[in-house]
Design a protein around this ligand. Sequence first.
Ligand SMILES: [Zn+2]
Length: 599
Amino acid sequence: MKKILRSIIFSLILFFMATTGNAADNTQIYYNVSFPEAQAHYADIEMTINGLKQDELELKMPVWTPGSYLVREFARNIETLSASANGKPLAANKIRKNIWKLNTAGIGTVVVKYRVYAFEISVRTSFIDASHAFLSSPDMFIYPGNMLHSPATIHINPYKGWTTVSTSLEKVNGDAFTRHSPDFDILFDSPIEIGTQDVFDFEASGVHYEVCMVGGGNYENDRLKKDMASIVEQETAIYGENPNKHYTFIVHNALKGGGGLEHLSSTTLGASRDAYDTKPGYENFLSLAAHEHFHLWNVKRLRPIALGPFDYDNENYTTNLWIAEGFTAYYQDIIVHRTQLYPTDNYLGVLAEDINQLENSEGAKVQTLAESSYDAWIKAYRPNENSGNTTISYYTKGAIIALLLDLEIINDSQAKYSLDDVMKYMYNEYYKVQKRGYTDAEFKAGVEKFAGKNLDDFYAKYINGLTPVDYNHYLGFAGYKLTDELASSNDAALGIATIPNIQRVVVTAVARNSAAWISGINVNDEIIEIDGEPVSDATKLINGKKPGKQINVTVIRDGINMDIPVTLLKSTKVKYKIEELPNPTAEQLTVRKKWLTLK
Ligand SMILES: [Zn+2]
């Protein structure tokens, strides 16, 4: 369809909706989005609100994007906001960082125009250039503060050469460039991709899936269709239903891409465009797709009580991101395992990596799992040079907790139940029956229901406490154990991290209680000599020296050379792998079979 014709149709829709309206809520909200300067990363937005019957109108911009727990202050990217009514200017006074107030006494229709700058490449922020626009709705659409439940219509006027719109929002009268959102929670959960993307589709679990590939790449459509469909089917089988009619994967392929953000009926994924033909690259992509798609149940519908309805003006605190994210991280890998694309040893290796990450983290001795969730807003999303010493990832430890609980439930129930049953029960009970989020106590009760035992002690140790995880107790249920490949090593360590891939040694982190920590080597120090010998390669600093050895480290700190005497300490690094116990019992093999869904 040509652009002019589309605009005429949009005008007709505006007219039709303005004259019909619905009796309960006579307000209609329309956005006309255009890109006269896409090459300079701008969108121009005209918002029309019809049917107003209020003396004052507050226009708001969300301060954060659901799923990404950081206040990002999206209003800072807005320029030249102006309002008018009946063809005359109407004052729009800013009364807070993200709120504009308009006097609308006696005014039925208001038109608001503003520009948005969008140049942050991520799955949770908008990005516009001459090749495409990715609109992450919360940082793009100002909304009338008291109308979150109102529907909105969005019309896209594409930049030259852009041919395709990909979003889970419904088309209006079959026009791909005009979309309808039933309310703002759905609009803010529906990113929109516009450009010349490669789109392919597949059917799985009775749902139509669209995959929108931006930025090219060495992917194979047919292979992805088959493997992504398999992931969809495995995940749908856990919950017993797939609540969508259609679902959109928006994939941003970049030189080095990663990360994803979940939505109700779509997701945005970051991928490396040339990694699809490598085993780790392809496995990472499938695992990411499985993660974000699993969220359509876990967090988008089955959710902690604090995460919806959202407060778009403030932080939304929850101690349950270890369930929302950690359990999803657990399932992303076990789901890929269930597709049988890779052998079981591959999956056990992935689990061991999670365990190594947690056990090599000093933060595991400082921050509990519940705290890491609650403080995501100020810690996980705002890391600094000391984060490794003070925080843990609720993804990693949450995935480990999911593993322990899965094994506990399977063992306690003689392989009748697994964590899958908890997820399905909680989804039915809280999303479908009670239609609300769960509390901490309700999720715990859901797990206890299938484990058949009280989990006070488990929660006290591992969720709200800092007790080291007894891995072998749980892995033993399935006839496995952890083995540390570095147990007999007597290597020394300095305990620093450095800027990678440069011919200088610049410290970026110092591990708590390490030799560097005790002797006072600091972040930003450049190490130039050890025992008088020049150094430029961070991987060769210690060069086989053993624990107890005294060395002299020469650094440049703020332009001044300093000598720091250091006594090397034994490396505390662990490198676990998961191994089979010799002579597993019939009970252990039964648990293993259920856990890994072995035929
Ligand atoms: Zn996630």
